[in-house]
Design a protein around this ligand. Structure first.
Ligand SMILES: [Zn+2]
Ligand SMILES: [Zn+2]
Length: 137
């Protein structure tokens, strides 16, 4: 056996592979280190997902008067709940936040002027607002 033996055993899948299937001094073949990296990334994104979800629940609960539900109709499916800017000029405000409104609200110590609404109630509010604006012009 030559010292420059081009074969190596992967410490994970135990397959004997060419050293070209390993990157540098790795003990894992490229395939296994790829799977490992993917798993890590998966776990990281899942973690971030649940973290974002828990922030959302906290913020929605705060602005939902202690309940993670719409303050108008009590609808409590988080997928249809979001933060509404009470005065209605939320679009400008949201743009200036750039990114995660929930995280921003939490960081700012829950400023006043927001409420938890479901999509229905938000839509109804918008519709009423635009009707009102339309009439006043
Ligand atoms: Zn391997
Ligand atoms: Zn509602």
């Amino acid at each position: 056996m030559r010292t420059s033996d081009p074969w190596k055993e992967c410490s994970k899948c135990k397959k004997i592979k060419s050293v070209y299937d390993f990157s540098g001094e790795q003990t894992l073949c490229k395939e296994c280190s790829d799977t490992r990296r993917k798993m890590r990334m998966d776990r990281a994104s899942k973690y971030h997902h649940t973290l974002a979800q828990s922030i959302k629940v906290e913020v929605l609960t705060h602005y939902g008067d202690g309940k993670c539900a719409c303050i108008k109709c009590g609808f409590s499916d988080i997928r249809a709940l979001s933060i509404d800017h009470i005065s209605g000029n939320g679009s400008y405000h949201t743009k200036s936040i750039r990114g995660n409104l929930y995280r921003w609200l939490q960081k700012e110590g829950y400023p006043d002027g927001y409420q938890t609404l479901c999509m229905n109630c938000q839509f109804i509010k918008k519709w009423k607002n635009s009707e009102w604006r339309g009439r006043s012009q």
